[in-house]
Design a protein around this ligand. Structure first.
Ligand SMILES: Cc1ncc(COP(=O)(O)O)c(C=O)c1O
Length: 374
């Protein structure tokens, strides 16, 4: 019998060993992105409660809290429970939990006092309060303010303040604060973001002041995305930011002024599978890999390093790339990298992300809450 006195070191995994399509994360850029936002939050006097929808990964969330984040934000109860079971607390569920299915799913986290719930309706708050009371607990809630996106939330000012005050009177819930998502920052343009962000903060500050003037505390005032967070600070009346996309960035974030191309940490690695004519090649990444997120200029993703290449069309498993220069030497079997238009939805389609340092694979990030939408 032979003994193995020394652990056998596995050979270094290299990029070329990866099957495609897959998502690779550049470690240097990823770490820089994490550190930059953490440093910004610190210097602006803001708590950082990043939205985990971008990575849906316990490993990434752990890096964020390790760098000072006060917890994570999630959109859906299933996601909340993945992070809660992994020990994250508090978790901000920035989504109204409507119906018994949702409340039951969340019960263990409610009972442990580890969830803050976002909502924009006194009826939803009353149901949550009744559920909490039946389970012998009180749930902290944040009332959602619409600062112009026109999604959920009541308009900033009197409407949101009065509804938040009504919620504060209910049993089983406690008003912890207010929050807004200014997703309409996409489209404002890089130059307009500082003034836009100040206005968002002002709307929230005014709403919080109306609540406080009625004798009700409003501890948390929460806003901030990958575009606006950079322009927010505590002296504007905001107490925390919830950026999500900043961990990886993508075409949208760069085009809309929240990052530079060199900050894009996640790309889809794909293989050329067909070269049917000189002006076109086809990759093995389609809508089931990249999703159908689209940009007028860049198409379905930015093909890196090939001038004049445009990811012009997608089938489910095919990406059709047109070439401005048909003599470009690209062959079947070659590999290309694509910066996603909207990285959050791309990551959601993958089980793991491969972290690379140059050509070497140095880590794997599991997308623990991928595809969970309930
Ligand atoms: C409620 C809420 N908060 C924060 C974010 C984070 O935004 P971003 O990914 O642009 O940083 C989102 C994004 O959808 C959101 O819906």
């Amino acid at each position: 019998m032979t003994s193995t006195a020394h652990a056998v070191r596995s050979p270094r995994q290299r990029l070329e060993m990866l099957d495609t399509p897959c998502v690779v994360v550049d470690r240097t850029r990823f770490e820089a992105n994490l550190n930059r936002m953490a440093a910004h939050a610190r210097s602006a006097g803001l708590d950082l409660r990043p939205h985990a929808k971008t990575h849906k990964s316990i490993a990434v969330g752990t890096r964020q809290t390790g760098l000072g984040a006060i917890g994570v934000t999630v959109a859906k109860p299933e996601e909340a429970m993945v992070f809660w079971r992994a020990g994250f607390k508090p978790i901000f569920l920035a989504y109204p939990p409507v119906g018994e299915h949702k409340l039951s799913r969340l019960r263990p986290a409610f009972e442990a006092g580890d969830l803050i719930v976002g909502l924009d309706d006194t009826g939803v708050a009353a149901e949550l309060g009744a559920f909490a009371t039946r389970n012998g607990t009180t749930v902290p809630v944040m009332f959602e303010v619409d600062v112009g996106m026109g999604r959920t939330g009541l308009p900033s000012g009197r409407a949101a303040a009065d509804a938040a005050l009504a919620v504060a009177q209910l049993t089983g819930v406690r008003l912890a604060g207010i929050y807004a998502h200014e997703g309409h920052a996409h489209g404002v343009g890089r130059a307009g973001l500082p003034a836009f962000s100040r206005e968002i903060a002002e709307r929230l500050r005014t709403t919080a002041e109306l609540i406080r003037a009625a004798g009700q505390t409003c501890e948390i005032v929460s806003a901030g995305t990958c575009l606006t967070s950079w322009h927010l600070s505590r002296d504007q009346g905001v107490t925390e930011i919830r950026p999500g996309t900043y961990v990886f960035n993508d075409v949208r974030t760069v085009v809309d002024g929240g990052a530079e191309w060199d900050d894009c940490a996640a790309t889809v690695l794909a293989t050329v599978i067909s070269r049917p004519d000189p002006a076109r090649f086809v990759i093995d990444a389609g809508s089931k890999t990249l999703t159908t997120a689209f940009d007028e200029t860049y198409g379905y993703g930015l093909i890196q390093g090939i001038d004049g290449a445009r990811l012009a069309r997608l089938s489910e498993e095919h990406g059709i790339v047109t070439l401005a220069n048909p003599s470009y030497d690209i062959r079947i079997g070659d590999r290309v990298t694509v910066v996603p238009i909207h990285v959050c939805v791309t990551v959601n389609m993958h089980r793991e992300l491969f972290v690379i340092d140059g050509e070497e694979i140095v880590d794997t990030l599991v997308v623990d809450a991928g595809l969970l939408t309930r």
